[in-house]
Design a protein around this ligand. Structure first.
Ligand code: PHB
Length: 394
């Protein structure tokens, strides 16, 4: 080998070496965008704690690749979410986007996910159509129609014939209203009136007065996690229970993170949801204990969306042998199934939504003095009904 060839091969080896080293060492970056401040900060706090717990339990290396979490606070503003997502993709070159505490925040990111081909794991936002906004969106929480239809069915079979619905006036609320109305009417029930309350700083008083005047058997309620306490206070002070009007709701209202602060007014409220901190399984008991120990609070359903979201990301990264890649990761996520603290769950390969059990629960005081959503009936392996109906019609 003459001097020149030797120098050339040295340069080539160095270049290859560098390339090799840099791919091996480059972290797999997960950009986690959450409302850490503002009225929905409890969702951010829950998901951040759950994601960190998952990494503490499972290590920060998958198939030889180090996983790095980059947390950003969007304060619940869609404009901020969009800007942060853009920066994470362009500057930080994240491999995955995740989080999204509210529907408008998830929808703001959908065009970026599609354009940059970045898998986007929606851990909290729950309007049915979100997964249709980009083929790169995968959901690990739930959809409102998925958890609401079982409640409408249960109500119809449990002496509830006339209902007024009361929901927050935006995507998931409208989903809940439509799902309740449709399913309840199919079972022979009647929805007397549909009331929509503004999402920001809601004053429930005039709406609750209207419910009282209409005198239904029950009021069906959806408000997003974080708003349940304010609702419960006003529900108690308007004397609806004394007037014989039952409260039925999605589990967002009796959120496990805030339930203890609601007090006795929450007792006996029947809700449907996919997760309760009281879910009776060893996997869940271990999860609740680990969560309480590490985050000093009780896990709620949004936190679990974050925990299962990290599980899904880890599994997909392992499937690609640490290589990642937008399309490969989304393909790997489709059809994955596992036992979550909520019970069995899987990712529907057609819709990228969660297929899971939905439980009917009642608020009771546990032996430890805390309030719990105690599950007493199960609707098994429920798919998002909106997409199932669309598929049946096509
Ligand atoms: C949503 O904005 O999609 C959302 C937020 C909180 C919930 C449910 C849905 O509890």
């Amino acid at each position: 080998m003459n001097k020149r060839t030797f120098a050339k091969s040295l340069i080539l080896c160095t270049a290859l070496g560098w390339a090799g080293i840099s791919t091996a060492q480059e972290a797999f970056k997960v950009g986690l965008i959450l409302p850490m401040t503002g009225p929905f900060a409890s969702t951010g706090r829950q998901i951040e704690s759950a994601a960190k717990l998952y990494m503490a339990q499972h290590g920060d290396t998958v198939a030889g690749r180090k996983v790095q979490l980059i947390l950003k606070d969007d304060g619940g503003s869609a404009d901020t979410t969009r800007r942060l997502a853009q920066e994470l993709v362009v500057n930080d070159k994240v491999d995955v986007l995740a989080g999204f505490g509210l529907t408008p925040l998830a929808l703001a990111v959908a065009p970026i996910a599609s354009r940059a081909q970045v898998p986007t794991v929606v851990m909290a936002a729950a309007t049915a159509t979100i997964t249709e906004a980009s083929p790169f969106i995968v959901r690990t929480g739930f959809t409102l129609p998925q958890v609401t239809e079982p409640l409408a069915e249960w109500a119809g079979k449990n002496d509830i014939k006339k209902v007024v619905t009361l929901v927050s006036d935006y995507g998931p609320g409208i989903d809940a209203e439509n799902a309740f109305k449709g399913r309840f009417a199919a079972g022979g029930g009647e929805v007397l009136e549909t009331l929509r309350v503004p999402l920001a700083n809601p004053d429930f008083a005039p709406f609750l007065q209207r419910v009282r005047d209409l005198s239904p058997d029950a009021v069906f309620v959806f408000v997003p996690s974080g708003v349940g306490s304010a609702f419960m206070k006003q529900f108690a002070s308007r004397g609806l229970a004394e007037a014989g009007i039952r409260l039925i709701a999605t589990g967002d209202v009796t959120d496990d993170d805030l339930l203890n602060g609601m007090g006795d007014v929450a007792l006996d409220v029947v809700t449907t949801h996919h997760y309760s901190a009281a879910h009776d399984s060893q996997v869940n008991r271990d999860y609740v204990k680990a969560f309480r120990d590490s985050a000093n609070m009780r896990p709620n359903f949004h936190g679990l969306g974050g925990y299962d979201g990290m599980h899904l990301i880890y599994q997909a990264l392992a499937d690609t042998e640490g290589k990642g890649g937008g399309k490969a990761l989304v393909e790997a996520m489709k059809g994955k199934s596992w036992e979550s603290p909520r019970g069995p769950m899987s990712i529907d390969p057609e819709t990228r939504d969660v297929i899971q059990n939905v439980y009917v629960r009642k608020v009771e005081r546990g032996g430890d003095g805390e309030l719990y959503n105690v599950e007493f009936e199960t609707f098994e392996t429920v798919k998002d009904p909106v997409k199932a109906a669309k598929k049946a019609a096509s």
